[in-house]
Design a protein around this ligand. Structure first.
Ligand code: NAP
Ligand code: HSE
Length: 431
């Protein structure tokens, strides 16, 4: 029986998922491709940790045991973080191994360097699991949509934050409780602030934009806001106005300018993305010939992510058998091309504002006066309740389209008013 030997780096949520999938379905893969993928060694940090499998001979804490094993031809980097994971990847290429990684943080910051190394050594680099969990978004961009100019990608690409926002609204639980559940289910990053502050989504959208637009876009080019300031109150007010709040990632190309951003967004209730709940992800892609397509599936967690890694294992086997030149030259083809990122201040949105103000006559006219000075036109406004004792009442306002820079200036003035008691909450509305 022909076998391909695999070295797993990491045996956490994703690594153990890959191992379990191969235990269960490796024979099925053998039926399909004639070759059986078998895990030969697993790198972990702590050999004493209790594992669900008893075969202690599989585990090592020495990377050289895997890199120097001539039988192992495919390495799956499922450790996370930048170092030592990045060194392990580069060393694996140099040792002639094909590499698969789920590590979006490395690709979004050092993607060009890692790709260069793969090319130099004529090795396969698979990263299907880095974006969208089980959703085959990378293969879709690299293969299925290869004939299209991609115009935009809009996505819910972080399972943890989508889980938190869903649970807060539907089950009336606190942010902290929902995050605790997401961690327990294995959706969150080792450092969950990366999920919450939008950085994980930013890593992912920079990878997708690099693929879609053919030029490496470093994550530092992404405008990022997370969900740390979203209150249950905002989720409920948005609902009353007919919207659902989601953390969205956007990559758009128009007139040779790229818009790339991540922020909580109010989506109209009838939009297809509002039905994406819990740890599900979705990607709404527009190409010049395909039109609009929607990809939907589980975006985080052991099983779906393992499914993506194993699809790359099969691609790596195919690649190493036929030793093809990688088909798409991402992101090397156009690396010299100058890209222009549209400044966020120039982007236009409709906005949701929640002012906290003292409940007395004239307050609204002071606020609306300033908005008017900056050409910000109000679409609707409600004051919720009456102030009973000390404190303030929320005034919620939706605006027509206006430039971000006008909003920044107007809110700076409004927040200085003596009738405004705390900084105004500002969210963008999806067009
Ligand atoms: P995890 O549960 O924290 O597991 C990390 C594994 O790596 C553990 O087995 C750990 O060993 C091992 N490890 C950590 N540092 C190491 C070191 N210096 N040397 C050797 N081994 C080391 O992480 P995860 O959730 O599986 O995520 C892994 C990667 O997949 C990350 O890049 C993440 O962003 C990505 N990803 C995760 C998901 C998800 O849903 N969780 C989805 C898509 C992509 P010990 O077991 O001994 O501690
Ligand atoms: N922490 C990530 C998420 C894992 O919640 O989406 C999947 O990439």
């Amino acid at each position: 029986m022909e076998e391909v030997k695999i070295g797993l780096l990491g045996f956490g949520t994703v690594g153990s998922g890959v191992y379990e999938l191969l235990q269960k379905n490796a024979d099925l893969i053998k039926e399909r491709i004639g070759i059986k993928p078998v895990v030969k060694k697993i790198l972990v940090k702590d050999l004493k940790k209790e594992r669900k499998i008893n075969n202690s001979k599989l585990f090592t804490t020495n990377i050289e045991d895997i890199l120097n094993d001539p039988e192992i031809s495919i390495i799956c980097e499922l450790i996370g973080g930048i170092q030592p994971a990045k060194d392990f990847i580069i060393k694996a290429f140099k040792k002639g191994k094909e590499v698969i990684t789920a590590n979006k943080a490395i690709l979004a910051q050092y993607g060009d360097e890692v790709w260069k190394e793969a090319y130099k050594n004529k090795r396969f680099l698979g990263f299907e699991a880095a974006v969208g969990g089980g959703i085959p978004i990378i293969k879709t961009l690299k293969e299925a949509l290869i004939g299209n100019k991609i115009q935009s990608i809009i996505g819910i690409i972080n399972g943890t934050t989508n889980y938190i926002l869903t649970k807060m609204l539907e089950d009336n639980i606190s942010f902290e409780e929902a995050l605790k559940e997401a961690k327990k289910k294995g959706y969150a990053e080792a450092d969950p602030t990366l999920d919450i502050n939008g950085m994980d989504s930013a890593h992912k959208i920079s990878i997708l934009a690099s693929l879609a637009f053919g030029v490496f876009i470093h994550v530092s080019k992404v405008y990022i806001e997370g969900i740390e300031d979203i209150d249950l109150m905002d989720l409920k007010f948005a609902k009353d106005f007919g919207y659902v709040i989601k953390l969205l990632a956007f990559a758009k190309k128009k007139n040779n300018q790229i818009e790339i951003r991540v922020h909580p967004t109010l989506i109209p209730e009838n939009h297809v993305l509002t039905s994406v709940r819990l740890n599900y992800n979705a990607l709404y892609i527009t190409g010049d010939f395909v039109g609009d397509i929607l990809l939907y599936g589980l975006g985080a967690g052991k099983e779906p992510t393992a499914s993506a890694v194993v699809s790359d294992i099969v691609s790596a086997i195919e690649y190493s058998y036929f030793r093809k030149e990688p088909f798409i030259k991402y992101p090397l083809t156009e690396r010299k091309k100058i890209i222009k990122i549209k400044p966020m201040e120039e982007v236009e949105f409709q906005y949701y504002f929640r002012f906290s103000a003292i409940d007395k006559p004239g307050v609204l006219s002071k606020i609306s006066g300033i908005l008017g000075n900056y050409n910000i036109s109000i679409a609707s406004v409600v004051q919720i309740g009456r102030q009973k004792q000390k404190g303030s009442v929320p005034i919620v306002m939706l605006t027509h389209e206006t430039k971000e820079k006008n909003v920044i200036k107007a809110l700076k003035e409004i927040d200085k008013l003596d009738v405004v008691t705390s900084p105004t909450k500002r969210l963008r509305i999806m067009e």
